[in-house]
Design a protein around this ligand. Structure first.
Ligand code: ATP
Ligand code: MG
Length: 255
């Protein structure tokens, strides 16, 4: 086990609905090593997205501690959290969250602006990320001119262009057909192979078994934390290895 990337201690999260308190996390303890690839599963409402939002510094715990890459982050200000997100985290959502009025290239470039990179460097990095995800012919398309799988690949390009240490994905394949979903998984495997920590929420056991470890949440607590059986993991690896890297379908290359 390498260096610790994520260390969560006794984290709770209550949402407030007027006078009513909704407990979403009720004491989560969790350690994830740098470079691990982890799936989070559990029924609807069990707290998966709430936990991901905390891990991704999009939200703070109500109580407890969260150390990301050795740094205690649970008490940071919004500004500090935004800065940490920008430096360390790539977040991928089920619904892609792309800006509809921006092209693929502009969507990927946007977070790099906050990094203070020069225009040329920014553009080159964004383009390289999109090319790597098989979207060379789609740089100037807007989201509605792309398929769901392509939109998700733009979202992944956006997440990885900033060279994050942790990629967090909340049901990244939830809105995709199984073929597009497998392409997305192949990309995550590649990130994992590069040593990036990958944490993803999924409802699909076939997706989860592409990870090395599966956490299960129920009612705001972790109820199971299992290593994926080696033979399941290997079968999943073989399925992925048989897939070509995402490329534009033939006859589909006109911009
Ligand atoms: N902004 C919010 N305000 C109030 N309650 C919330 C809010 N977000 C989530 N909750 C509640 O917190 C609990 C956990 O929600 P969460 O979104 O983390 O579940 P989930 O495991 O991601 O579910 P799903 O699989 O449906 O996405 C639920 O009971 C939900 O109703
Ligand atoms: Mg959710």
């Amino acid at each position: 086990m390498g260096a610790v990337m994520v260390k969560v201690n006794a984290v709770t999260k209550d949402y407030r609905m007027g006078k009513i308190k909704v407990p979403a996390l009720r004491g989560v303890d969790l350690t994830i090593a740098s470079g691990e690839m982890v799936a989070i599963m559990g029924p609807s409402g069990s707290g998966k997205s709430t936990l991901m939002n905390i891990l991704g510094c999009l939200d703070r715990p109500t109580s407890g501690r969260y150390e990301l890459d050795g740094e205690e982050v649970s008490q940071k200000s919004d500004r500090q959290l935004a800065d940490i997100r920008n430096r360390k985290i790539g977040f991928i959502f089920q619904s892609f969250n792309l800006f509809p009025q921006l092209t693929a290239l502009e969507n990927v470039e946007l977070p790099l602006i906050y990094r203070g990179l020069a225009t040329g460097v920014r553009r080159a990095r964004a383009e390289a990320a999109l090319v790597r995800l098989g979207l060379k012919e789609r740089l100037h398309h807007r989201p509605q001119e792309l398929s769901g799988g392509q939109q998700q690949r733009v979202a992944i390009a956006r997440a990885v262009a900033a060279e994050p240490e942790v990629v967090l994905a909340d049901e990244p394949t939830g809105a995709l057909d199984s073929r597009s979903g497998e392409e997305i998984l192949a990309v995550f495997q590649e990130l994992h192979a590069q040593g990036i920590t990958v944490i993803m929420v999924t409802h699909d056991p076939n997706v989860a078994c592409h990870c090395e470890r599966i956490l299960r949440l129920a009612d705001g607590v972790i109820v199971a934390d299992d290593q994926v059986r080696q033979e399941d993991y290997l079968v999943a690896q073989e399925v992925l290895a048989a897939l070509p890297v995402p490329v534009e379908v033939e006859g589909d290359a006109q911009a």
